[in-house]
Design a protein around this ligand. Sequence first.
Ligand code: NDP
Ligand code: MG
Length: 386
Amino acid sequence: MKKIAILGSTGSIGMQTLEIAREHKNEIEITALVAHSNTTLLEKQIREFMPKLVCVYDEDKAKLLRDNIKDLSVRVESGMDGIIACATEDSTDTVVAALVGMIGILPTIEAIKAGKNIALANKETLVTAGHIIMPLCKEKNVVLLPVDSEHSAIFQSLNGEDWKKAYKILLTASGGPFRGLKRSSLAHVTAKDALKHPNWLMGPKITIDSATLVNKALEVMEAVWLFGLGVDRIQVLVHPQSIIHSMVEYVDGSVIAQLGLPDMRLPIQYALFYPERMNMKLGERVDFIKVKQLTFEEPDMDTFYGLKLGLEAGRLGGSMPTVFNAANEWAVARFLDGKIGFMDIPRLIEEAMDSHRIIADPSLNEILKTEQETYDFIEGIVKSGK
Ligand code: NDP
Ligand code: MG
């Protein structure tokens, strides 16, 4: 029996993880669940999966939930301490890290310290703290498996191969809803326009990151930590059909790819059961006759210059990826609230990166301090109307 805790169970990845758990009832037990404030959905999940422990980050909502589930013997915690309690719960063997944003760093680190294997969706964690997390996994003998579809594809394409013989990674991108548009047409697009992803149904933050192509920059940085190739050995390739989820080119010129329909349940299930490949009853399968063609383009890094900035942040390293990521998190939240424009997202990231002095090997405290300083810096710019 696999014993799984889900951080972010009410989100897109969290809900799909529970679908897999429902499908494999006899093989998966849910030990702990974490949400921010969606107690209506969380209560349904609790009643179905009966975890031992749950956390609602918001204290008032946690109180409400405690009252609502008085009839059950499920402990309800709140705040960061509560998330960490769920991430380190004794009986758990694998933690699905599916919180959104940098809030995921600390619980992931604590889960690794407690010897839990990690199924990682939360890419912001590796982008900002990969230099802490990867050695910690080694020290604690913890397996960290990617859930992100591209990284799962790369991992599957490396299966059984000598990783040192991988010459290059080809990381695919759908191009998002604004593929083909230029800067002038993007000035006035709204959050509603940007939330219409052509191929994937995901949480709001990553959907905006896909529209700006910032998501690809985060994925390149994530791949650097997972697979040990430098930023310049990872090529972003726009592939609008989202059938090839990524590829590895080897030293002899052979290219191995993983293909499938865009459905996150596949990489989630793969990460939960690795090295076993389980039957997937849910959903459709690729029909190449229907797909007809697979096409490729170079990303437009002039229009979507968030990608260019992110690659630069990855090359510079140290605390720069934290600045890139924090600036993006701040800007995306304000864009979703209708407070800033779409093209303000890369503009604010660029300003934050330009004003930052890199810390070479930042500690966790320095990462969190840099995050806060970046928020304050951008808030200052936006308030002053620059
Ligand atoms: P969602 O926004 O759909 O879900 C986020 C989850 O985290 C929700 O359960 C939310 O709870 C919870 N949460 C947010 N903030 C807190 C907090 N402070 N304390 C406790 N819980 C919190 O995000 P996604 O599922 O789309 O994405 C999750 C991560 O996975 C991201 O890092 C994303 O980049 C990555 N990812 C997602 C993919 C996808 O297909 N969705 C694909 C590849 C990677 P509540 O519902 O109560 O707000
Ligand atoms: Mg992805």
